[in-house]
Design a protein around this ligand. Structure first.
Ligand SMILES: [Mg+2]
Length: 111
């Protein structure tokens, strides 16, 4: 799968099927999914823990750490997609709706 050729719906369906064949869906509930998302976000943050801000981008230059970064980003997205499926949230629509609110809250400064 590649971003340019895969829809969000296809990714969500892929994740759901992967979970269903392993019997994970029957155990899922909103609290557990949100907790899992939080843990995965912490694992993502852990990669950067103790790095100075100006060193953070160096993760890209270490193949092992960069692979770890991609894994944790995938884990975060995985649980975000499962939460969307659980609550039947259209992620693209939610992003667009929130952007409308953010645009009102943070208008572009006129020059
Ligand atoms: Mg992880």
């Amino acid at each position: 799968m590649k971003d340019k050729t895969t829809t969000l719906e296809a990714v969500k369906q892929y994740i759901q099927e992967f979970s269903d064949v392993r019997g994970w869906r029957k155990d899922q509930n909103a609290k557990d999914l949100v907790m899992a998302l939080t843990v995965e976000a912490a694992e993502l943050a852990e990669i950067f823990m103790w790095l100075h801000s100006d060193e953070a981008d160096s993760v890209r230059e270490d193949p092992k750490e960069f692979e770890h970064l991609k894994e944790e980003v995938a884990d975060v997205f995985w649980y975000l997609c499962r939460i969307c499926r659980h609550f039947d949230i259209d992620l693209a629509e939610a992003v667009e709706d929130k952007s409308v609110k953010n645009a009102k809250k943070y208008p572009v400064a006129e020059k």
